[in-house]
Design a protein around this ligand. Structure first.
Ligand code: PMT
Length: 406
């Protein structure tokens, strides 16, 4: 029996061409025994007929906030309490903005505000709308509030462009719903992660650093916590909010990061090295600000310790996942790094390309483990992190010879 059996899913549909896929999602959810009630915005009704969803869900479709047939009994509050999960698919840019602002001027936005059930949005929109600073801010606000953003993924869009903005397929959304109710895949496990850049001081005001924003590592930390793990995130200096239920340890240099990691690595089940750790640091840090002198200046650098390799070399190492930032041949370099550093898995990404890598909101990964390879497609870093966590949970379970979380 599916974990969805008997679960009550309130499916919100907003105006977008992807609304036609919601009909298939209703069928899939009901096929696994979930009870589905559909609420549509007025714009959604331009893309798909309420009658179709009524027939498929087996329940009346609602769209009016002040519906005389229901409101004597505060029907919208009853509906908000009824749901075990509120899923809005597709979620338009406009709906995300209204949800982020906490508006309640139609039935669906009111339900999102009034329901205490987990809320998931499956965004679908034009690429430029998804990338617009306003949408990025709304997505970050919603994610910080604990709203799950499922997708979008990159591909051909209905508007004729291609890029990030496609709603996940109904089967993928069904899988996310199943995961939501099946208990976390990392339940009870302790995960230690590194994220962000390190800063290697030259003098009291200058440092050698790199472009890591921390977005990938923070998305992973959030996804691990969402999957039920107890998460400690050792992070270099970044301007990001700590994900919900994650313990953050702030560091600056590679040596500080190494100290904080090694102090905790013996007590974690999984270690993920996502930080862009400087390979070298200045041999000496000047005590005073270095003054201008000649036309040239030489800085002598010495090698930093490899934190990831150090964790993998512990007597009882955790399941160890490294990243590899490469400008070409991610598969080849990832496999070499996996062997050289003795880690269980490497997640390689292209950096310095048009899309993905440092600073961007989206990324793609090539995963390599002994005898296996998996490609994770270009998508928002949060969605990518959720997929990576699923693979890590599977590989961890196989490596430890038990069930994930067991
Ligand atoms: O932070 P964002 O802007 O979102 O960008 C994400 C990212 C590109 C930084 C991230 O996805 C990524 O690739 N992180 C690893 C960057 C890196 O340093 O790669 P590397 O190939 O140089 O290092 C390989 C691995 O060894 C990494 O797991 C790294 O954390 C680790 N390492 C490296 C050097 C060192 N002295 N100690 C380490 O532990």
């Amino acid at each position: 029996m599916s974990g969805l059996s008997g679960k009550r899913v309130l499916l919100g549909i907003t105006g977008g061409i992807a609304a036609y896929k919601s009909a298939q999602l209703v069928r899939l959810l009901r096929g696994e025994g979930a009870e589905v009630r559909v609420v549509m915005t007025s714009a959604a009704g331009r893309f798909i007929a309420p009658m179709t969803l009524q027939a498929l869900s087996g329940n009346p479709v609602r769209s009016e906030l002040f519906d005389p047939g229901h409101e004597q009994a505060m029907g919208h509050i009853e509906l908000a309490r009824w749901a075990d999960l509120v899923l809005v698919a597709p979620a338009s840019a406009d709906f995300m903005a209204r949800c982020a602002a906490g508006m309640a001027d139609d039935l669906l936005s009111t339900l999102c505000l009034a329901s205490e059930a987990p809320l998931a949005l499956a965004p679908a929109m034009n690429r430029a709308m998804w990338e617009h600073a306003a949408t990025r801010t709304n997505a970050a606000t919603l994610a910080a509030r604990g709203v799950s953003l499922w997708g979008p993924e990159a591909g051909d869009l209905a508007c004729g462009e291609s890029g990030a903005g496609r709603m996940l397929e109904p089967g993928q959304l069904l899988a996310r719903c199943r995961d939501r109710f099946s208990g976390g895949v990392l339940d009870g496990l302790r995960v230690l992660l590194t994220a962000g850049p390190t800063r290697e001081a030259l003098d009291p005001v200058r440092f050698i650093g790199n472009r890591s924003s921390g977005k990938m590592g923070f998305a992973l930390a959030g996804a691990c916590a969402g999957a039920g793990a107890r998460v400690v995130l050792v992070s270099g200096p970044v301007a990001l909010e700590t994900p919900a239920a994650v313990e953050r340890v702030g560091v600056e240099s590679a040596l500080e990061m190494q100290r904080e990691v090694l102090a905790r690595a013996g007590e974690c089940d999984i270690f993920i090295g996502c930080a862009a750790v400087a390979d070298y640091r200045p041999e000496e840090m000047a005590r005073e600000k270095i003054k201008k002198s000649g036309e040239r200046m030489r800085i002598s650098l010495i090698r930093n310790p490899d934190i990831l390799a150090g964790v993998a070399a512990l007597e009882h190492p955790p399941f160890t996942v490294g990243f590899a930032a490469e400008t070409r041949d991610p598969l080849g370099y990832a496999e070499a790094k996996r062997r050289d550093k003795g880690v269980d898995m490497v997640a390689a990404n292209l950096v310095g390309a048009d899309r993905g890598g440092f600073e961007r909101d989206e990324n793609a990964l090539t995963l390599v483990w002994e005898g296996g390879v998996r490609e994770l497609a270009m998508q928002d870093k949060r969605g990518l992190a959720a997929e990576l966590v699923m693979v890590i949970a599977q590989r961890y379970a196989l490596a430890r010879g038990g069930a994930p979380g067991g």
